[in-house]
Design a protein. Structure first.
Length: 335
C-alpha cells in the first residue's frame, strides 16, 4: 500500500506579489536528476510555497535534505504516471506545477506560467503537440523547448511540465479511464480532454523565446541528457503502441484537435503506422543488436519530422495583441 510520509518544512514566506505555487516532483529511476531539479525549483523567481515528491517504487533513497524540505509520498509498486496527479491533491497552493523527472526548468519558468495564465487561462506545459491526424500519436507538430516559440501557442496536449490551478484536479478526476488502461501513458491527454469538455479551457505552451532560457519549461541541455536515458517511458520500443492506443481512445472520446484534418495528413499517418508498427518490429527480430541504435534514432527523428513537415491552415484562437512575453532582463516586480 502507498505510504505518505509528511515532513513539514519551513516554507518560503508568502509573497504579496506572487500567487502560491506547489511543485510536484517525481522520483522514479533518475536519482541523479532529483536534487538538481529540486535546486532549480528553489531558485525560481516566483518561488514555490511547498514542494511534494512522489516516488513510484524505491529505486533509490531520496536525499535527506529533500526529505526535510518536502512532503514525500511513496508506493511500494509502480502506480504509473497517473498517481502523481492523485498525490497532487495534497497540495495547498493556488497553482500546481508537476514536473517529469527528466525536466529541469529555467529560473523564471513559474513566472512565465503566471504571466501566460493572466492572458490565456488554461493548462500550460513545457512541450506541446498539435496532432496532424486522429489516426496516430506519432504525426504531430512539436512546440516548446524542443522547437522554441516566441508567443503563446495553443496546442492539443502538453508534457514534461504541467502548470494549472489546483481546483482543476477535481475536473481531471470527473472521468477515469477503463480499468485495463495502461497506467504508464495518457494522463496528459486526459487532462486536456477533461478541462476542454467540462470547463471550456484550452491547452497552451508559454513563450520559449530564443536567447532567454530562463523562461523555458525545460533546459535543453538537461532535457536531452536525461530524456535520452534508457529508463524513460518513450525509450521502450513498445511505447509507440501504448501512446497510439491512448491517443485513439481520447480522440474517440472527444479530444479536440487544433489542426484541420486532411487526406494528406491521414495518408502520412498510415505510412508511419506501417513503418513503426510492422516493419520496425520485423527488422528488430532479425537484428536484435540494433535495438539500442533504433531507440536513439527514434528519439531524434521525432524532432526532425516536426521541423520538415509543412503545417498549413493553422487555426489560432490566440490574439497576438494579448500576448505578454516576460523580458529577459527583468523579473516580477517585487516592490
Amino acid at each position: 500500500m502507498p505510504v505518505i510520509n509528511r515532513n513539514q518544512s519551513e516554507r518560503h514566506e508568502k509573497s504579496t506579489f506572487v500567487p502560491t505555487i506547489a511543485v510536484v516532483l517525481n522520483a522514479f529511476k533518475r536519482g541523479a536528476a532529483l536534487e538538481q531539479q529540486f535546486d532549480a525549483v528553489m531558485m525560481q523567481s516566483a518561488p514555490p510555497s511547498e514542494i511534494l515528491i512522489w516516488q513510484n517504487e524505491r529505486h533509490f533513497e531520496i536525499p535527506r535534505r529533500l526529505m526535510k524540505e518536502a512532503t514525500i509520498g511513496q508506493s511500494n509498486r509502480n502506480l504509473g504516471v497517473w498517481a502523481r496527479l492523485a498525490f497532487s491533491l495534497n497540495a495547498r497552493a493556488e497553482f500546481i506545477c508537476v514536473l517529469d523527472d527528466d525536466t529541469i526548468p529555467g529560473a523564471r519558468w513559474f513566472e512565465n506560467c503566471l504571466t501566460t495564465m493572466s492572458t490565456h487561462e488554461g493548462l500550460l506545459g513545457a512541450r506541446g503537440l498539435r496532432f496532424r491526424s486522429p489516426r496516430t500519436y506519432m504525426n504531430a507538430e512539436d512546440i516548446g523547448w524542443g522547437h522554441p516559440n516566441e508567443k503563446v501557442e495553443k496546442v492539443d496536449i502538453v508534457g514534461h511540465a504541467w502548470f494549472f490551478r489546483r481546483e482543476w484536479l477535481s475536473t481531471f478526476w470527473l472521468e477515469q479511464p477503463p480499468p485495463d488502461f495502461d497506467s504508464r501513458v495518457g494522463e496528459d491527454m486526459h487532462f486536456s480532454y477533461t478541462l476542454s469538455k467540462y470547463l471550456g479551457l484550452n491547452t497552451y505552451v508559454p513563450p520559449h523565446p530564443m536567447g532567454c532560457l530562463d523562461l523555458w519549461g525545460s533546459l535543453p541541455e538537461f532535457g536531452n541528457l536525461y530524456g535520452s536515458s534508457e529508463v524513460g517511458i518513450s525509450s521502450d520500443l513498445d511505447s509507440q503502441t501504448r501512446f497510439d492506443r491512448a491517443y485513439k481512445f481520447y480522440v474517440g472520446r472527444g479530444l479536440i484537435l487544433t489542426l484541420p484534418r486532411s487526406r494528406k495528413n491521414d495518408l502520412h499517418a498510415a505510412v508511419l503506422n506501417i513503418i513503426f508498427n510492422v516493419r520496425l518490429r520485423s527488422f528488430i527480430r532479425k537484428f536484435p543488436k540494433l535495438r539500442n541504435v533504433i531507440r536513439t534514432l527514434r528519439r531524434t527523428s521525432k524532432d526532425g519530422q516536426s521541423k520538415t513537415l509543412p503545417v498549413e491552415g493553422r487555426q489560432r484562437e490566440i490574439n497576438p495583441a494579448n500576448d505578454i512575453v516576460p523580458t529577459c532582463t527583468t523579473g516580477l516586480d517585487k516592490n
